[in-house]
Design a protein around this ligand. Structure first.
Ligand SMILES: Cc1cc2nc3c(=O)[nH]c(=O)nc-3n(C[C@H](O)[C@H](O)[C@H](O)COP(=O)(O)OP(=O)(O)OC[C@H]3O[C@@H](n4cnc5c(N)ncnc54)[C@H](O)[C@@H]3O)c2cc1C
Length: 434
């Protein structure tokens, strides 16, 4: 495995030859970020790709995600979505921690929170979908019911659709991956709960926030109201709370709303009650545990895990960039191995395992920092924020995450037939780079 922070080394590397994957028929479960990103690459290599999404349509919602460092930048460029991501980036300004009476306690400058470029997860997902929809089959509102592998491929049955066969199956269905459950075993073996929950939804922008956020914390719970500049009428609500592990139905949105209403009842900040009122009619609620996924291996026969399904970390900050980088590597290794999944999956795992682990590690557990459990820890958190808001210290802090995000020498998977090894040079794409 080649692993180093030196991005110059990548530029000097000989390109890795790739081959057409026209003979491959691949099923990807999950149409958020990792799934459509892999679909983009596999379709460019000529594979027939089906992306299956349980939700009835492409899911919006979620907080902003960001990209940082040379490796993320290179992958965005090679994917051909650099311009579009920049065009739809967020424009967050300062974020302010407030007291219960709304007086301002600490100001966090914009440069502290976002990476090189920040975008809403839902917008990124849509960009990837739009870049692939003409070349990739998308099926919404269905889920895999069973996977049966034989020497020729995988027989797949669905909850709704007719059974089909595929050469390979990719689980890009997130932290609670259904594919992982079917092929690797129960989630309890892989998911490490970190003692916190997080939620996000949109409400009317009652405070008239304009590219700013106001954050209010009480011991063990935090509520943030923000407007990132896209729609002046809409504010995002972010909630984080500490908790024992909750037993709830992840598909029952009403139950999740009730949990949130109970946990945030009686918050001292006057704007909290109004924000929570909006929960009732919130269309796209994101609610999940803060948790990490640790698997022993990323593939099982013809089934392989990508993104959060294999190495996820909620609120990790760089998990989305990791998913894009790993999608690039998985597709590249498949094309380099002429579609031989045994060779390609082993190479994918060797290439990205330490990288993905490093990104997970730097993510740590954001919960105690976002919603400190005691008044004393809360004041300590605020003091840390004050120190971090100095440009010098913030720069150091940002460099740490950037280092993890860049800690991989990216191979150049030369497009089939491009002997010069110019990455992406002869791929058909509607989102070409200048
Ligand atoms: C709506 C939404 C909001 C999010 N908001 C945040 C956030 O605010 N903060 C944060 O840290 N992370 C958030 N995430 C997770 C974040 O997108 C990932 O950490 C990261 O981008 C890696 O993406 P992924 O594609 O691997 O996984 P995910 O983004 O989790 O995507 C998994 C996809 O698989 C789909 N899926 C699940 N089960 C099945 C099934 N049985 N069959 C088919 N498809 C299935 C899901 O609907 C989803 O579209 C959110 C994810 C979603 C889907």
């Amino acid at each position: 495995m080649t692993k180093k922070t030196n991005t110059k080394a990548a530029k000097n590397q000989a390109p890795t030859a790739t081959h057409s994957l026209a003979h491959l028929n691949v099923l990807i479960s999950g149409a958020s970020v990792a799934g459509p990103a892999l679909a983009l690459w596999l379709a460019r290599y000529g594979a027939r790709v089906t992306v299956l999404e349980k939700a009835p349509a492409l899911r919006g919602g979620g907080f902003a995600v960001d990209f940082r460092g040379e490796v993320h930048r290179t992958v965005l460029r090679r994917m051909g979505i650099w311009d579009e991501v920049h065009r739809r980036q967020t424009h967050m300004g300062r974020q302010t921690l407030v007291e219960a009476d709304d007086t301002e306690r600490v100001d966090l400058p914009a440069f502290l929170m976002s990476g090189d470029v920040e975008i809403f997860r839902g917008d990124l997902s849509r960009i990837l979908y739009e870049a692939t929809e003409d070349r990739v089959e998308y099926i919404f509102g269905d889920s895999v019911a069973s996977l049966t592998e034989d020497s020729e491929g995988v027989a797949v049955t669905f909850d709704r659709g007719a059974p089909r066969r595929f050469d390979l199956v990719v689980g890009a269905d997130g932290l609670h991956s259904h594919t992982r459950r079917l092929a690797f075993g129960d989630e309890s073996r892989y998911l490490r709960f970190q003692g916190y929950y997080v939620a996000g939804f949109d409400v009317p922008n009652h405070l008239g926030l304009d590219r700013t956020a106001r954050i209010y914390s009480e011991p063990g719970r935090t509520l943030m109201l923000s407007n990132y500049g896209a729609d002046p009428a809409v504010a995002g609500v972010g909630l984080v709370f500490d908790s024992e592990r909750l037993d709830y139905d992840r598909h029952d949105v009403e139950e999740q709303k009730k949990i949130l209403t109970d946990r945030f009842a009686g918050m001292g900040w006057p704007h909290a009650a109004r924000a929570l009122e909006g929960l009732e009619s919130a269309g796209d609620l994101y609610f999940d545990a803060i948790a990490q996924i640790h698997v022993d291996r990323l593939s099982q026969g013809r089934v392989v895990l990508l993104g959060d399904a294999g190495y996820g970390a909620t609120m990790g900050g760089i998990g989305t960039g990791t998913a894009l980088v790993c999608a690039y590597v998985l597709a590249g290794e498949l094309a380099a191995a002429r579609g031989d999944h045994r060779v390609a999956y082993a190479a994918y795992e060797a290439e990205i395992r330490d990288y993905a682990k490093g990104c997970q590690k730097i993510s740590g557990n954001a919960g105690p920092f976002l919603a400190p459990p005691t008044e004393r820890k809360l004041r300590g958190r605020d003091r840390t924020y004050r120190v971090l808001s100095s440009r010098f210290v913030a720069g150091f802090f940002k460099k740490l995450t950037e280092k993890a995000a860049s800690d991989l020498v990216l191979k150049d998977y030369a497009p089939c037939g491009d002997r010069a090894g110019r990455p992406g040079a002869d791929y058909p794409s509607r989102n070409r780079q200048p």
